[in-house]
Design a protein around this ligand. Structure first.
Ligand SMILES: [Fe+2]
Length: 255
């Protein structure tokens, strides 16, 4: 039976996610941005959390760690490189490691860029990927602790995963990301269609996530460094993929 997922809003634009195996009753919380909406989701679903999978140390991803640990006695998993900044952490993970959630493999993919030790969690059997603040719908994370070369390498690892993978991200930033994406790739018909759909969803107060790697590959400029039209728009036909990515990130920072 596939894992069940409950996605909900926390704070102003963070996503909370519960991941549940009905057979075993085990439930993972993907990051812990805010206690109250997480407790409401637990109440709504009846899924008692057994573990928190932390993507990175930022306060809006770990704020509810200790409160949830006290209430549910759960285990907290997170990146080794950021362990000192993750409240209540019990078990550290590193790049390339596989552990199990409810008997299913979870692959740890280190994706430095937004933070130095950021990790993503890939559950290949259920085709699920939790990317925190590394990748967003139509965007990518800001480079706070590492540079564009590291982030390019990190995103390259994610796009090597199967295209039909479902992607859950840390924030609802899609509408503003769409405006930037259209500014650099205005003739991309898949992007134009998606931007219209995003407007409709946001007007209706609905989330634009999750997404898929396939959809991001066709519309997200931060994964389209290879695309000849995008390169021409940037005046970077002969540049390296990494340089195209770095230019996009720089432009988005001041957009
Ligand atoms: Fe963050």
């Amino acid at each position: 039976m596939p894992l069940m997922v409950e996605q909900f809003m926390c704070r102003s634009d963070n996503f909370g996610v519960l991941l549940h195996d009905a057979a075993s009753g085990e439930t993972a919380v993907i990051d812990a941005p805010e206690e109250r909406p997480i407790l409401e989701a637990v109440e709504r679903t009846g899924w008692r959390p057994t573990v928190i999978l932390t993507t990175h140390h930022h306060p809006d991803h770990v704020e509810a760690n200790l409160a949830l640990k006290e209430r549910f006695g759960l285990e907290i998993v997170g990146p080794k490189a950021e362990a000192a900044k993750i409240p209540g952490i019990d078990r550290t993970v590193v790049d390339g490691e596989t552990f199990t959630f409810s008997g299913r493999p979870v692959h740890v993919i280190e994706t430095p860029g937004h933070t130095a030790g950021h990790v993503c969690y890939h559950l290949p059997e259920d085709r699920l990927l939790f990317v925190g603040d590394t990748l967003f719908a139509l965007g990518c994370g800001r480079l706070f602790e590492r540079g564009p070369a590291e982030m390019y390498a990190s995103l390259s690892k994610l796009v090597a995963l199967p295209l039909e993978t479902t992607v859950y991200c840390g924030h609802e930033y899609t509408l503003s990301n769409a405006r930037f994406a259209l500014s650099v790739d205005p003739t991309n018909s898949a992007l134009k269609e998606r931007a219209e759909e995003i407007e409709r969803l946001r007007e209706a107060g609905r989330p634009t996530l999750p997404t898929t790697l396939s959809l991001e590959m066709s519309t997200n400029p931060f994964l389209r460094w290879h695309d000849p039209v995008l390169r021409r728009n940037l005046g970077m036909e002969g540049a390296s993929d990494e340089a195209v990515f770095a230019e996009l990130r720089k432009r988005k920072d001041v957009f």
